[in-house]
Design a protein around this ligand. Structure first.
Ligand SMILES: Cc1ncc(COP(=O)(O)O)c(C=O)c1O
Ligand SMILES: N[C@@H](CCCC[NH3+])C(=O)O
Length: 405
């Protein structure tokens, strides 16, 4: 649950009962992933993709269930370890040497993004005197129906290695004294609600593994994350069980052709997305050609509408919906794109101080918050089974200014 920067909540305290009916879905979702793939013959690791929401209190609950995380930076590594992650996979197209070193020292699997990165890893591993555990991120080239900014396996994508040249890279990894080649990784993008691209990607990778004979060399297959969530009321989206069913046949056959491999998944949004809300409060209503509802936080806390034309359901807490009219909800920032919701039916009598709540804000909202216009990073409250289990206070000026002076 994500609270806006300046809403006038009573100060939440860890352990207090909370009256909110918001369910803590993430643990359930993580469990569902584990159950959904339980037919897989070897081990299955559900590595929570921390980029979706790295709130440490939330990560703690999820990792308690999964024991595994997908990280992309040193700080994500720290949060994952503090939350008790035992299995960590390291992603990123431009990893720093410190990140690579940390992974090598702890024997975490590195999903290698390029041949050049493999060479850097080899050098670092030699220097450390430790073999690096590596998998190669490949680009199976699929075009899911999602925003182009979050499709990650299209032609020309910055991520991964094209399958046409991947065999050569894998063979070099296999020959290397300083890396241990485990297998392949791919991730086709995010907010994907059609299952076809997931099976297309798996089939491309399967064909690659069979045609090259690399099927005999792998002990690791990482199929990434990407499953979409419900942003609009009434929308139907596939569940982890649907995804598992879609992939079951190919995965089982691939497994039977191999000498056995563990399956890794990296879901982010589908674990935390639906569970989070962003609570803002109305500062002002403006009437002109359009009716505007200005709230106290904007794209600094919810950048998805501006970045991806994303839609988030809006609810006015306790609002009288018997008389509504169209209005757009915008933040206070000096940016025309700082519009959080366009043309929604909102109560006519909405006024200063009313709480405007954005739904499905658990993923890529809190984690993408910024200090634009020197607005503080909003605080957040994590609730589980009706109880507050974690509070991050609104960033204060002292914490903010330390970054600068
Ligand atoms: C490598 C990688 N794995 C996993 C994820 C998580 O994706 P999602 O939140 O869509 O499940 C991402 C983000 O798209 C990613 O880049
Ligand atoms: N930030 C994106 C998802 C990025 C996925 C990370 N690879 C969103 O809000 O939809």
């Amino acid at each position: 649950m994500v609270e806006s920067s300046t809403t006038s909540w009573r100060r939440p305290v860890r352990g207090h009962r909370c009256t909110s009916t918001t369910r803590m879905l993430p643990v359930k979702a993580a469990r569902e992933y584990q159950e959904a793939f339980s037919w897989f013959p070897d081990r299955v690791y559900v590595c929570y993709a921390m980029k979706a929401n790295f709130n440490p209190y939330l990560v703690e609950h999820i990792v308690d269930e999964t024991r595994a995380a997908d990280v992309v930076s040193l700080w994500e590594m720290k949060v994952a370890v503090n939350a008790g992650a035992e299995t960590v996979v390291v992603n990123g197209n431009a990893k720093s040497s410190d990140e690579i070193r940390a992974a090598v020292e702890r024997s975490w699997v590195i999903n290698v993004d390029s041949f050049e990165e493999f060479q850097r890893i080899e050098k670092i591993a030699r220097h450390e005197g430790e073999r690096a555990l590596v998998a190669l991120r490949v680009n199976p080239k699929v075009s899911p129906d999602t925003h182009s900014h979050i499709a990650t396996a299209v032609e020309g994508s910055k991520f991964g290695v094209e399958l046409e040249i991947a065999e050569r890279v894998c063979r070099r990894m296999i020959e290397s004294e300083w890396v241990e080649f485990l297998g392949l990784h791919y991730h086709i993008g995010s907010q994907i609600t059609d299952l076809r691209p997931f099976s297309e990607a798996l089939r491309s990778v399967r064909t690659f593994l069979e045609d090259t004979g690399l099927i005999e060399e792998i002990s690791y297959l990482n199929i990434g994350g990407g499953l979409g969530i419900r942003y609009r009321r009434g929308e139907e989206v596939p569940s982890p069980h649907d995804l598992a069913e879609e992939l079951q046949e190919d995965l089982k056959e691939l497994h039977s052709e191999s000498s056995g491999f563990d399956l890794y998944l990296e879901p982010g949004r589908s674990i935390v997305g639906e569970a989070g809300i962003l609570v803002t409060s109305v500062r002002q209503v403006k009437r002109g050609r359009r009716r505007w509802v200005f709230v106290d936080t904007g794209m600094n806390a919810l950048i998805r509408p501006a970045l991806y034309d994303a839609y988030h359901e809006v609810v006015v807490h306790g609002g009288d919906y018997s008389a509504t009219e169209k209005a757009s909800v915008a933040g206070p920032l000096c940016e025309s794109g700082d519009v959080l919701a366009e043309d929604r039916e909102l109560p006519i009598d909405i006024s200063e101080g009313d709480l405007v709540v954005f739904l499905s804000a658990g993923a890529y909202c809190e984690s993408m918050a910024s200090n634009y216009n020197c607005y503080p990073i909003p605080g957040s409250v994590v609730v589980r089974n009706g109880e507050i289990t974690g509070v991050r206070r609104v960033q204060d000026y002292e914490a903010f200014s330390k970054t600068w002076w």
